[in-house]
Design a protein around this ligand. Structure first.
Ligand code: ATP
Length: 342
């Protein structure tokens, strides 16, 4: 059985890391028909749209995408590509697993970190409702709805239940934003009551930030709003070696797009030194999402290959203090996938 996937190489370091991820899948023997969709800053400027129709048409055919990062052109009022994609396809759950690999030299290398952050993806301050009241006075509106809060909480609890996770922690700032975050929290509590077998906790976002740094091993599943989720998931990526190690998925009821948590990294684009592991782990999430025995086997192979490759301290790209290029690192994982699948 073959699966049809839209491959959006993106720009900056996107094409390099997306290529490595595609090769890793191919090495597992899982059959994917890749439909390439161009999406980059140049195309956005040319079409005048953050999300050109050609990309939406492809995703309408395939329902699933593997995406490299895309830089949003600065100025010209373009919406972020990811925000546009999430709203247009109703990709309401941003899922970011944060899993430490033994041997990665981070300040937390002796700590076993294994958490998954569920970030609501469609509203909050990202709704883009800003208003200049009078010159030099601007308001930005935080939108929180019951519908979106319930569904992200349900998604997080469902995931926790399916994977045998023990605890869900809701992160909020309801002590200050009493109405908006108060509603988010009420929705999380309501879903928690329906799932009594899973421990439920709440943490105020500033406290959560400190706890994530001093005892990251105590976190399991986190559920939060859009803005807090964005910030906390980058913080969490820093605990496991940085942006090059942090995969992510944007999932809705009809569509799913898998991409690394990082951006297009213009500072290192074209140098061939980007770490492809975040994108390779994102494509493993995609294979799990297909939920087919063959693709689940492929996802497991990729994860094991990454763990085995990273257990050798000389297998490191520059962000982790090593000498390997993007292609060399990709080759190591591809070779390991090939050996494991024999
Ligand atoms: P954008 O505007 O597209 O979000 P950015 O540079 O603001 O780009 P990131 O692309 O996430 O944000 O990069 C943040 C930092 O992390 C940069 O210094 C970048 O070089 C580094 N970085 C991001 N991804 C990787 C990667 N895969 N490998 C190595 N370094 C990376």
């Amino acid at each position: 059985m073959s699966h049809l996937v839209t491959l959006i190489p993106g720009d900056g370091i996107g094409p390099e890391v997306a290529h490595a991820a595609r090769r890793a899948v191919d090495a597992t023997g899982v059959s994917i028909d890749w439909e390439i969709a161009e999406l980059n800053a140049a195309l956005i400027l040319k079409t005048g749209e953050s999300l050109p129709q050609s990309v939406v048409d492809s995703l309408n055919r395939t329902r699933v995408g593997l995406k490299g990062p895309v830089a949003t052109p600065i100025g010209g009022g373009f919406a972020s590509v990811n925000v546009a994609l999430r709203k247009r396809l109703d990709l309401y759950a941003n899922v970011r697993p944060v899993h430490s690999l033994p041997g990665i030299a981070s300040r937390f290398s002796d700590v076993n970190i294994d958490m998954v952050i569920f970030r609501e993806n469609t509203e909050d301050l990202y709704s883009g409702i800003e208003h200049e009241v009078i010159p030099d006075v601007v308001t930005g509106i935080k939108v929180i709805t019951r519908t979106a809060s319930i569904r992200i909480a349900e998604y997080a609890f469902k995931f926790a239940d399916q994977l045998g996770r023990k605890k869900v922690t809701a992160i909020h700032k309801a002590n200050i934003m009493k109405l908006a975050d108060g509603l988010f929290l009420r929705c999380c509590r309501e879903v928690a009551e329906r799932n009594p077998e899973i421990e439920y906790k709440e943490l105020i976002v500033d406290n959560a930030s400190m706890q994530l740094v001093i005892r990251p091993e105590t976190f399991d599943v986190l559920v939060t709003e859009n803005m807090f989720g964005d910030i906390l998931s980058d913080l969490a990526a820093g605990l496991i070696g940085g942006m090059g190690m942090a995969p992510s998925a944007d999932i809705g009821d009809k569509y799913a797009v898998f991409q690394p948590s990082h951006g297009s990294a213009p500072d290192i684009a074209g140098k061939g030194i980007a770490n492809p592991i975040a994108t390779i782990l994102s494509v493993a999430m995609m294979l799990d999402w297909f939920d087919h025995p063959e693709t689940r086997r492929g996802a497991g192979l990729i994860r094991r290959a990454v763990e085995q490759v990273m257990s050798n301290p000389s297998n490191r790209t520059a962000d982790l203090g090593g000498p390997l290029s993007t292609t060399e690192m990709g080759n190591r994982v591809v070779t390991q996938c090939g050996q494991l699948s024999e």
